[in-house]
Design a protein around this ligand. Structure first.
Ligand code: DP6
Length: 329
């Protein structure tokens, strides 16, 4: 049995929409920070038939079908690699998930689960697979999972083809480069109605989606990478907030429209902007497919932002910082 451990990552340039739905080839390049917790462990063992068990979550038929599909895609990807045994999983796998990530709070538990699954499977191959190859395997289960393979700041780069490995993960900078905090304010813990997988599939119906993809390709992704490499907080703030709001604009204008943000989300955003200018604090917000607000800040602002978060009545608060990538334990 091989076990791998992974944590969520939070995008600074968001992955939204696909070029190829089955292979989860991203419509645009994207980049994220990997968090230091909470974590998920995934264990794999060769088996005659697929079984997926989770210590903390009921596995629906739909969940299991997603693992079955991911495993089929990973097997076909491995078969394309020049490794001694391109068929390391002759039949199937017994998969055991032990997640410490609370479900549906706006922390991408699927990213950590599929990153850990890919890493654990790499341990079955007797080959020294690169992180890039493991990121492709992770992406076949969940697009954003490709980034959690890497510590620090992980990104996804598109190639000009629709092959199964046409979007690849890479590391912009490791976890020692820049310590940032993510103070997470969860206004609602309700299960979200439409998940990302369904949402990605209709991204192109937004009249502004094509322009979004172009902007990221022409400028935003590179500006974000430059801001990370030069540790330019203000530049990162401007680009990350611009991109998060642009993704939500596209979500809200796609068909059917997706409104993930709540009144609480908008209130917190406005208050954080006021706090930033009145107290000169290095803090910015970003948002994923839910009302949860991620407040990124430097060491210097952490205490103040954490105090602000804890003042929010009825909200759940989590705190994380820049973390390591996925590893075999
Ligand atoms: C809004 O990776 O969750 O969080 O491939 O369907 O699992 P699936 O999608 P997922 O999409 C992430 C969407 C996002 C933005 C991001 O993390 O980049």
């Amino acid at each position: 049995m091989i076990t791998a451990r992974s944590t969520p990552n939070i995008a600074l340039i968001k992955y939204w929409g696909n070029r190829h739905d089955e292979f989860r080839l991203c419509a645009n390049d994207n980049v994220a920070m990997t968090l230091d917790g909470p974590y998920t462990d995934v264990s794999v063992e060769l088996a005659e038939t697929l079984s997926v068990t989770s210590a903390n979550k009921e596995m629906t038929e739909r969940n299991i079908a997603r693992f079955a599909k991911t495993l089929e895609l990973i097997k076909s990807y491995l078969a394309t690699l020049p490794i001694p045994n391109p068929n390391p999983i002759p039949r199937s796998l017994s998969i055991t998930i032990n997640s410490h990530i609370p479900p549906s709070i706006g922390l991408a538990s699927s990213a950590a689960v599929f990153a850990a699954l890919a890493k654990a499977i790499s341990g079955l191959t007797d080959a020294d697979l690169s992180d890039e190859q493991i990121s492709v395997m992770a992406r076949l289960g969940s697009g954003s999972a490709a980034r959690s393979i890497f510590g620090g700041f992980g990104a996804i780069r598109n190639e000009e083809n629709n092959f199964i490995d046409g979007s690849k993960g890479w590391q912009v900078a490791d976890e020692h480069h820049w310590n940032l905090h993510d103070i997470i304010i969860v206004p609602s813990t309700e299960e979200k109605k439409v998940g990302s997988t369904e949402g990605h599939a209709s991204a192109w119906t937004s009249p502004d989606f094509e322009q979004r993809v172009k902007e990221i390709g022409d400028r935003r992704q590179q500006e974000c990478i430059d801001a990370i490499l030069s540790k330019d907080f203000e530049k990162l703030q401007n680009i990350a907030e611009e991109d998060a709001m642009d993704m939500h604009h596209c979500m809200q204008t796609q068909n059917p429209p997706l409104n993930y943000l709540s009144d609480e989300t908008y209130r917190i955003i406005e208050e954080v902007k006021d706090l930033r200018s009145s107290e000169h604090l290095p803090v910015f917000y970003t948002l994923d497919a839910g009302p949860t607000v991620h407040l990124f800040c430097t060491d210097e602002a952490r205490e103040r932002i954490s105090a602000y978060a804890h003042e929010q009545v009825g909200c759940t608060i989590f705190e994380a910082k820049t973390g390591e990538g996925t590893k075999i334990i």
